[in-house]
Design a binder for this molecule. Structure first.
Ligand code: G3P
Ligand code: MG
Length: 233
């Protein structure tokens, strides 16, 4: 079972910061998930559209200049990193899952992925582009059929994993609270991987192992690796 560090190793350091990325790398997670919003011509790594929960700023990220963002504290003296900074840090060490937030992040994400492949030695295969915004995933599929897509869901869909297959996704990325064995089996029958978020409880890990899910997002990747006996891959 793959262990994916959720927002970096966000149980150990402020989420979506370079410190959380470093902790995830130390944990030898298979991949690191980060959330991105657009600010001007840059993708910034942050989960919320509003700045107040995770930084000492206020207002919306999409309406704040880069200069203002760079002055904010994202916890423990960390800054809000750009996606490029994260990729530079991660290059050659593990895979990356970029979760697109907002509705204007796709084009820039494709550009940053191209840049990372050219300059940091990534292969396209090392990226998983995911979103709850399935319109973005459908567009990505049209523009870049080579990119792996993760179709996020926070519910148990009536047609189980059919929507993800229709999107041409690589995986269905589902909420642990709405994951059952039928969904996992349906996804597998459709040739989809199943990655489940956010899984930090031992009993959940045991249940999902029995259902043979392909990976879990954990805030404590080191602990999850120990529990699953997952190898670094
Ligand atoms: O990508 C898995 C998970 O991160 C999705 O939910 O709200 O934590 O971005 P959220
Ligand atoms: Mg996320």
């Amino acid at each position: 079972m793959k262990i994916i560090a959720h927002r970096g190793a966000s149980g150990l350091a402020p989420e979506n910061t370079l410190k959380a990325v470093d902790q995830a790398l130390k944990s030898e997670a298979c991949a690191i998930e980060v959330d991105v919003y657009r600010s001007g011509d840059r993708l910034m790594v942050i989960h919320d559209r509003w700045l107040h929960r995770r930084t000492n700023g206020t207002g919306q990220i999409t309406r704040t200049s880069l200069q203002q963002l760079e002055a904010l504290d994202a916890g423990e003296g960390e800054k809000i990193p750009s996606l490029r900074q994260v990729l530079e840090r991660v290059a050659g060490r593990c895979d990356i899952n970029v979760e697109l937030k907002g509705d204007d992040t796709l084009e820039l994400a494709h550009q940053v992925i191209d840049y990372a492949c050219e300059h940091y030695g990534f292969s396209t295969d090392q990226f998983l582009l995911s979103s709850f915004n399935h319109h973005l995933l459908a567009q990505s599929r049209q523009l870049r059929p080579d990119l792996k897509l993760g179709a996020l869901t926070a519910c148990l869909p009536v047609d189980l994993a059919a929507f993800a297959q229709q999107l041409g996704a690589y995986s269905i990325n589902c909420d642990v609270d709405f994951t059952n064995q039928a969904l996992v089996e349906d996804a597998h029958q459709r040739g989809l991987k199943v990655f489940v978020y956010t899984v930090d409880e031992e009993e959940d890990i045991e249940m999902l192992s029995q259902w043979k899910v392909d990976g879990i997002f954990s805030n404590f990747p080191c602990r999850a690796r120990a529990k699953t006996g997952s190898k670094v891959s």
